[in-house]
Design a binder for this molecule. Structure first.
Ligand code: SAM
Length: 218
């Protein structure tokens, strides 16, 4: 039963998925890491924000508390079970028109999702995406120039330590730089194991990326 529930965190389904969602919503470290990541993004009341892989919707709730009348919080998750839990958790903000949640995978972003976004975040979700480097490139094109991204990881593999978290941060940072983001910086929340959050900026359409070698003039 425990193994079945653990396997559910990547794509919660059915009864075991509902338990996984409950665990994510109530585990103290999950709550702390989600509100910490949101605080790092310094979202302003007029901003449009997108979360990928919202799970039970903790960060969405925190973001919607910060969003003003002119801002909007969007989220996608590929799990029906998570969509239902996050919808219940954020029902008032959805009815008030401040939050939009959709079931979708990051590799098939709904065209009508909105954007360009001022900020995008993902908490313990990037490692589950198909072709994450490509996905980060697509997300950069959904950010306004100067828009921020925050990718957080708290490694949950057995035996994870501070060194596992540091390795995750280095990997995320390299992926973000490869996808054309600039100004990467890593913040750490001292839990067990530590949570790392890599923040970066979209420099704009083409700046920040070197042209392919074939396009360079000597
Ligand atoms: C470990 S959970 C983390 C949930 C939440 N961010 C949190 O920290 O509480 C990972 C979430 O990412 C979602 N997810 C995984 N792969 C996805 C994909 N390709 N597209 C959208 N969501 C995805 C899962 O359904 C799950 O809700």
């Amino acid at each position: 039963m425990i193994a079945a529930i653990m396997g559910q965190f990547g794509h919660p389904r059915g009864a075991a998925g509902r338990v996984a969602g409950w665990v994510m919503a109530h585990r103290r470290s999950n709550r702390q890491r989600n509100s910490w990541v949101v605080s790092l993004l310094e979202v302003q009341p007029t901003e449009n924000v997108l979360e990928i892989g919202f799970g039970p919707g903790l960060a969405i709730a925190e973001l919607s508390r910060r969003a003003g009348e002119q801002g909007h919080v969007y989220g996608i998750d590929h799990s029906d079970v998570m969509l239902r839990q996050a919808t219940r958790r954020n029902a008032a903000a959805i009815v008030a028109g401040r939050v939009t949640l959709r079931r979708a995978s990051v590799d098939q972003l709904p065209p009508a999702l909105g954007g360009p976004f001022d900020a995008i975040l993902a908490v313990n979700s990037l490692g589950l995406w198909p072709a994450s480097a490509e996905r980060l490139g697509e997300l950069r094109r959904r950010l306004r120039p100067g828009g921020r991204i925050a990718i957080a990881s708290q490694p949950r593999c057995p035996g994870a330590t501070a060194s596992t978290s540091r390795a995750a941060a280095r990997q995320i940072e390299a992926l973000l730089q490869g996808a054309g983001y600039t100004k990467t910086r890593t913040q750490t929340l001292d839990l067990i194991p530590p949570v790392v959050c890599v923040l970066a900026v979209n420099p704009g359409p083409d700046r920040g990326r070197s042209p392919p070698a074939s396009d360079r003039t000597s």
